[in-house]
Design a protein around this ligand. Structure first.
Ligand SMILES: [Zn+2]
Length: 206
């Protein structure tokens, strides 16, 4: 089971990228495959990190997707870009700065996670498509790495996570928090359910 999660994440990255890079669906459809691959990449990173403060891991997963919010105006255009078009210049390190600054000022682990997750997003974008203009506004030049470098890094992360002893990791911490909240919510809901049989009345409309 411990190895299933990293291997599943790696399979998700490679499978989604096979569709994106080989089948080359329309740009608007690409997101259906690209975003799960971003999430899987972020999960592979979390699997290799020690547990972080509460909320950091969930912020990291959210940040791994949130960087693509600058694609929304492109999606509203009549003519969509293609995978060969450059990414918006807002895909740059400067975009992370305000989030990191607020995270530092408020000492907020979730926001610090978002900033780190945005960085993880850009790491994947370096290896897929036309690269990322990381140094904008100093330079508009898109930086890239060959796709096998990115895929190889994901494979290394998956193997490393699979070989880790049973020490808890940042993904465990993030998902355990969510599971705890769900269980708590379920208990609260059960506790508040009216006992219609005991009261002998049914609510109106039933
Ligand atoms: Zn992106």
């Amino acid at each position: 089971m411990r190895r299933a999660v990293p291997l599943g994440c790696l399979a998700a990255v490679l499978g989604c990228d096979w569709v994106v890079l080989r089948r080359r669906p329309r740009w608007i459809v690409t997101g259906i495959f690209d975003h799960p691959a971003h999430l899987a990449t972020a999960a592979l990173v979390l699997l290799n990190l020690a547990p972080r403060p509460r909320g950091w891991g969930r912020g990291f997963l959210a940040g791994s997707l949130i960087a693509d919010v600058d694609h929304l105006p492109l999606a509203l255009r009549e003519e969509h870009p293609t995978l060969d078009d450059p990414r918006p210049v807002s895909h740059c390190l400067l975009a992370i700065a305000p989030v990191a600054a607020v995270a530092g000022a408020r000492r907020s682990p979730p926001l610090a996670g978002v900033a780190a997750g945005m960085l993880a997003h850009f790491v994947r974008d370096l290896g897929v498509g036309t690269g990322v203009p990381l140094a904008w506004p100093v330079s508009r030049r898109a930086l890239r790495v060959p796709y096998p470098v990115y895929a190889g890094a994901c494979a290394v992360l998956a193997v490393r996570a699979g070989l880790r002893k049973s020490a808890p990791n940042a993904l465990d911490a993030a998902t355990a928090g969510k599971a705890r909240r769900c269980a708590r919510g379920f208990r609260v809901t059960r506790g508040r359910m009216p006992n219609f049989r005991r009261s002998g009345s049914l609510p109106r409309g039933l």
